[in-house]
Write a protein that binds this ligand. Structure first.
Ligand code: PPS
Length: 292
């Protein structure tokens, strides 16, 4: 049964953002027409979506590499569950790039037939927690929390847009054989962007020259993206109604920021829950910049 409050809209057991809601779109997602050459970026919120939208669009649309290009990253790679720009996706020329925070069981049927490619980006959940906490306090469409403890409670109970992180990653991983999917780690992108760009381009079968890769890497660094208004959503950060305080989408972009935020008790509690929920889960996680 659907349920809604000011911030969260529950549809088929999953929490969506009430502010960006398009009920008809959600009802019809199953039948969203997928093309063989579509690419979908799938993430839990705050795991590296914007970063991958930027990388993929740089790989695909050579002319976007020129920073004078005036297309916002959310238009280059729109969300299928929100369609913020109300675009007719069926009229978009191929190859199309989309992104989504959907769990595996709510994505269009066409994806389950291994049509199209999926890149699933995952990030260590302690850094997601911190990033999400700051983001929710900043953007008015999200529920603010008095402190990290309060947000952690919601996050660990899955009472946030995107629902429970543990279910999201597990669901996608355990059903990976139903999809044509590549799992990439935020931390691996952070540690070696060049290798990561190559890995992504190979997966989407786009041959890139060394020079192409140089250009993409340069434009996909945190420093460059932070100064690009089309990627760092300047229009939103300068819209007083959309935000509560000063801030930026690209906040810190680091590995291990959780260490400066979580108390020893919070960290131990997180570890205990992680250990029990992620038991026998084979994907690797990196919690610290110095870790290999
Ligand atoms: S959202 O709102 O779900 O689309 O957010 P998402 O884009 O998934 O995640 C935002 C975090 O990703 C960081 N980010 C980057 N880190 C490193 N390098 C680059 N180029 C980059 N681009 C985005 C962004 O800063 C957010 O993380 P935090 O920790 O808050 O800085």
């Amino acid at each position: 049964m659907d349920s809604t409050d000011k911030y969260l809209f529950k549809f088929k057991g999953f929490y969506f953002s009430t502010s960006y809601l398009d009920h008809e779109l959600l009802e019809n997602l199953d039948d969203f027409e997928v093309r063989d050459d579509d690419v979908f970026i799938v993430t839990y919120p705050k795991s590296g979506t914007i970063w991958t939208q930027q990388i993929l669009s740089l790989i695909y649309f050579e002319n976007h590499r020129n920073r004078t290009e005036s297309i916002n990253v959310n238009i280059r790679a729109p969300y299928i569950e929100y369609n913020l720009q109300k675009t007719d996706f069926s009229k978009r020329p191929s190859p199309r790039i989309f992104c989504t925070h959907l769990p595996y069981h709510l994505v269009p049927k066409g994806l389950k037939n291994k049509k199209a490619k999926i890149i699933y980006i995952y990030r260590n959940p302690k850094d997601i927690l911190i990033s999400y906490y700051h983001f929710s306090n900043w953007v008015t469409a999200f529920e603010p929390s008095e402190n990290i403890e309060c947000f952690m409670e919601k996050f660990l109970n899955g009472k946030v847009v995107g629902s429970l992180w543990f279910d999201h990653i597990r669901g996608w991983y355990e059903h990976r054989h139903d999809f044509n999917i590549l799992f990439m780690m935020y931390e691996e992108m952070k540690k070696d962007l060049r290798i990561s760009v190559r890995k992504i381009s190979r997966f989407v079968e786009k041959e890139l020259s060394e020079e192409d890769i140089d250009t993409i890497v340069k434009q996909a660094t945190f420093e460059t993206m932070k100064t690009d208004p089309l990627v760092n959503h300047k229009a939103i950060s300068e819209n007083e109604a959309a935000t509560r305080t000063e801030g930026k989408f690209l906040r810190k972009g680091t590995i291990g920021d959780w260490k400066t935020h979580l108390t020893v008790e919070q960290n131990e509690r997180f570890d205990r829950i992680f250990k029990s929920r992620m038991k026998d889960f084979p994907l690797k996680f990196i919690w610290d910049m110095n870790e290999n």
